[in-house]
Design a binder for this molecule. Structure first.
Ligand SMILES: Cc1cn([C@H]2C[C@H](O)[C@@H](COP(=O)(O)OP(=O)(O)OP(=O)(O)O)O2)c(=O)[nH]c1=O
Length: 218
């Protein structure tokens, strides 16, 4: 049995759309990191923290020790600086101004852990290029509310798609889970997709079909 330790609706959709059957628990953890920690270490640490908290909660609910708990954390990194979720619309504008006309990295830490003591944790990176953004379009975008619960103050699967000129690497990694990497890991743990038909569901990503891993514009 797979258990997703996350309250992110995006992570649940990504798994569901690929036909995984899973349970969900909350991953309530402090997202504080040591000052100056390298982003790739920090993002892995948070993924492990979430998976461990999820496992504790799952076992408390009566879950089996052999069940596999998945925790993840996504960060946007520009010039070695972590750009988290904006605390206010003004901060969202500031973050988007910084990303304007630049290339940044999106890191997702993924941790898989079971009560039997097995743990695998990795970090997957996607590189994203933004075109130059005007002050008015940033304001308009922030007013949609879309940036507020997202690392780096944007959602590539939503309105912010139009800001992106190229990506290198996994698109789903930017949205919260690197599905190509994760499918391989889950297979190794004996967890397979069970309902491939549900992959046909339109997830709003069709404009990006064939776009991942390349460098062309959407
Ligand atoms: C950059 C980017 C981030 N995001 C989202 C993915 C993550 O949900 C969120 C980063 O926050 P996270 O702290 O990784 O996750 P979360 O708080 O949403 O959920 P939980 O900790 O319970 O698992 O930003 C997008 O949806 N689209 C994007 O383009």
């Amino acid at each position: 049995m797979l258990v997703l330790a996350s309250s992110s609706p995006r992570r649940a959709s990504l798994l569901r759309e690929r036909g995984y059957v899973f349970e969900r628990v909350k991953a309530s953890v402090s997202e504080e990191l040591a000052e100056g920690i390298p982003p790739e270490i920090g993002v892995r640490q948070l993924a492990v923290r979430k998976a461990e908290a999820g496992l504790a909660e799952w076992l408390e609910l009566g879950g089996n020790k052999l069940d596999l708990v998945l925790g993840a954390d996504t960060m946007v990194v520009l010039d070695s600086t972590i750009l988290g979720k904006p605390a206010s619309p003004l901060e969202a504008e500031e973050i988007l101004q910084r990303l304007s006309g630049r290339t940044h990295a999106v890191l997702t830490g993924v941790a898989l852990i079971s009560g039997s003591g097995k743990i695998v944790a990795d970090v997957v990176e996607t590189i994203v290029n933004f075109r130059r953004l005007g002050a008015d379009e940033i304001k308009e975008y922030v007013a949609t509310g879309e940036p507020m619960d997202k690392a780096g103050a944007y959602g590539i699967q939503g309105e912010a798609k139009k800001f992106v000129t190229a990506i290198q690497g996994s698109l789903t990694n930017v949205i919260g889970l690197p599905m190509e990497y994760l499918s391989e890991q889950l297979r190794a743990w004996g967890i397979e997709q069970t309902n491939i038909a549900s992959r046909e569901v339109d997830n709003g990503l069709s404009a990006f079909e064939g776009f991942t891993g390349g460098t062309s514009a959407p």
